[in-house]
Design a protein around this ligand. Structure first.
Ligand code: GLN
Length: 488
């Protein structure tokens, strides 16, 4: 049997079901490794002691019908966890302990999983490099001084470094798929409305979705099956029949029509990305898929549209952090001064930048020129996809325009940071499902991802296409343990 922490979710659950491993052994193995991995800075809050207690409890009376029987899982620190601190990577929520549980994490525990701890992320999920967290940046295990992507950077690093078998992240403009691409892992953003947003710290409510981040496509299908559910507590949750994703997983994609959008061939795209994409197309053909050139004419407008809609919603969502209802408070002479001090000391620079953009585009006189216009363009972007999907079953693109970059490289240039999401943002604007799978490496041996985009609620199809491609690509992450240290 391979080392516990390097096993997939599928292997771990099989080993538990066959009584070859106990939940306690598995939980302790991940905790031991986490204690030697402080350099990566993936944990904001750990739940190790309670996790061991829970694993013992599971072992004393194991329910093997569960889908995640006694499996320890760490989650992004954007999911509210009852009784366990939830910070969203922000000073303003530094001391916030929720009294309720998010629906998607509840779905994990209801299937037997055990909370290992809360993983670092960009502050309020705003970022592409996990450098905006109040708790410091996360290191990408793939190479020294590299960003793990963002905002779910603690999550992607934790999966890549074998610190959790799988995890869940959130994706507003790419925060699951971009970090997956930077760490050689798999990340899926489901259709808007598939996974409940209840109990997830809100960033941009019309774009936010939770989704699985895993080592491979099969694990991804297993986790999606658990977290995707209709929820009356979320008014945007959609009641439809979800697939039995892991059971229906199939590599047979013969005859599938896969679209290649010409607008995703952006200026200055490195040759390596172009090559990666070509290889992906060749593999898809090998699997019997039919490749069709398509056009998504409004692609160029996606980033500017996103950077109006997302900050607008964020500025409204973040109004609730006023020093009264949640977390951090800085006292003042009067109420207004208390608000001002709390918010100026509690929020970091990127969050303040978004609040300022957001309040500006929503202000009277500018609303029509910016916000309303952006909403109209958003419809055109959605329509591009509708038109494309009348001809194809799925769309294949690169996940990101580059591999992981160095820590600090883009922190003073927000626009170049924003450009990293050029291939992921349109999918959130259109509410579609998208998955990133590791597909190759660049000249530095850093991973690169390919993205498969699907029709609404067609997660099964993009999982199947990815499953087939994964088999052909045969990606090996072979990450060295440079960050492991014996000292706590
Ligand atoms: N990087 C994008 C942003 O900063 C997307 C973040 C996300 O998906 N949460 O807004």
């Amino acid at each position: 049997m391979s080392e516990i922490t390097s096993q997939s979710l599928f292997e771990l659950t099989s080993n538990i079901k066959e009584k070859k491993l106990s939940s306690e052994e598995i939980t302790k193995a991940f905790i031991n490794r986490a204690e030697k991995s402080k350099k990566l800075n993936v944990y904001v809050t750990d739940n190790f002691e309670k996790a061991i207690d829970q694993s013992k409890k599971f072992d004393s009376n194991p329910n093997l019908d569960f889908k995640l029987p006694g499996i320890p899982i760490a989650v992004k620190d954007l999911f509210c966890t009852n009784g366990v601190r939830t910070t969203a990577g922000s000073k303003i929520l530094n001391n916030f302990v929720p009294t309720y549980e998010s629906t998607v994490t509840q779905n994990l525990w209801s299937q037997g999983a055990i909370l290992l701890g809360k993983l670092n992320c960009d502050e309020f999920a705003m970022g592409s490099s996990n450098e905006t967290s109040f708790f410091g940046n996360v290191q990408n295990p793939v190479g020294e001084n590299l960003v793990p992507g963002g905002s779910s950077g603690g999550s992607s690093a934790a999966v890549a470094a074998n610190l959790t078998p799988v995890t869940i992240g959130t994706d507003t403009g790419g925060s699951i798929r971009q970090p997956a691409s930077f760490t050689g892992t798999v990340g899926l953003k489901p259709t808007y409305g598939s996974c409940s947003r209840y109990g997830i710290v809100a960033f941009a409510s019309s774009l936010d979705q939770a989704g699985p981040m895993t080592k491979n496509v099969r694990d991804c299908s297993m986790l999606l099956e658990v977290i995707s559910s209709f929820d009356q507590k979320d008014s945007t949750s959609i009641d439809y029949k979800r697939n039995y994703y892991s059971k229906e997983l199939s590599k047979d994609i013969k005859g599938k029509k896969i679209g290649i959008p010409k607008e995703y061939r952006v200026d200055n795209m490195p040759d390596e990305i172009e090559q990666l994409w070509k290889n992906g197309i060749a593999y898809a053909k090998d699997c019997g898929a039919e490749i069709i050139d398509i056009s998504l004419p409004h692609t160029n407008y996606a980033l500017p549209t996103y950077y109006i809609v997302a900050p607008a919603e964020a500025s409204s969502n973040l109004a609730r952090y006023d020093g009264v209802k949640y977390g951090f408070r800085s006292p003042g002479q009067n109420l207004i001064e208390m608000y001002e001090k709390t918010r100026s000391e509690g929020f970091g620079d990127e969050v303040k930048r978004r609040i300022m953009i957001g309040t500006y585009v929503l202000s009277s006189g500018y609303y029509d020129a910016y916000y309303l216009k952006a909403q109209k363009v958003r419809q055109l972007i959605k329509k591009d996809f509708d038109d494309a999907f009348s001809k194809v079953d799925a769309i294949l693109t690169p996940s990101t325009p580059s591999s992981a970059f160095k820590i600090g490289e883009k922190t003073n240039d927000p626009v170049s940071m924003y450009l990293n999401d050029i291939f992921t943002v349109p999918i959130n604007l259109a509410g579609l499902p998208g998955i990133s799978i590791p597909a190759g490496k660049d000249k530095n041996n850093y991973p690169l991802g390919l993205q498969v985009i699907g029709k609404p609620f067609d997660e099964q199809n993009i999982l199947n296409i990815s499953y087939a491609l994964e088999d052909k690509i045969n990606f090996k992450n072979d990450i060295s343990d440079w960050w492991l240290s014996e000292y706590k």
